[in-house]
Write a new protein. Structure first.
Length: 112
C-alpha cells in the first residue's frame, strides 16, 4: 500500500492543507485514511484534505511526500483524477462507494 501526500500549501478556512491520494484505488485511500482517524467528510472527489497539523502523522504512517504536480500526475496515471468541473453523486453500500460521474454542463442542461 503506497499513498502520497503533497506539502501543506493550500489555504482554506484559516489554515493550510495537503492532499492525500492513492495511485491504486479509492478503497486503498479510504482504508488508509480511516486507519488514521481521518473523517470521511475530508474526502473531496479524488483525495482527502489533510490539515497541516496532521501532515507529520500521515507521513509517519507511510505516505510518501511528493509535490502537488506529482499528486495530479499520479491521479491521472491511475485513472482516478476527478476534475472540479465534474459532479460526483454517490452512495455507500456495504462499505463500497458507488458513484456516477456527470459533467456539470449535463446537470445544468437537465435542470433547464
Amino acid at each position: 500500500m503506497t499513498l502520497y501526500i503533497d506539502p501543506p500549501t493550500w489555504p482554506g478556512h484559516g489554515r493550510l492543507w495537503s492532499h492525500l491520494v492513492s495511485d491504486v484505488s479509492y478503497d486503498e485511500l479510504h482504508a488508509f485514511a480511516a486507519g488514521l482517524g481521518v473523517p470521511r467528510r475530508a474526502f473531496e472527489r479524488d483525495h482527502y484534505d489533510i490539515p497541516e497539523h496532521r501532515y507529520p502523522d500521515v507521513v509517519l504512517a507511510g505516505a510518501l511526500e511528493v509535490s502537488s504536480r506529482e499528486v495530479v500526475r499520479l491521479l491521472y496515471g491511475a485513472g482516478l483524477r476527478v476534475r472540479k468541473s465534474t459532479v460526483r453523486e454517490g452512495v455507500v453500500r456495504d462499505g463500497v462507494v458507488r458513484t456516477a460521474v456527470v459533467r456539470v454542463s449535463e446537470v445544468q442542461r437537465r435542470s433547464s
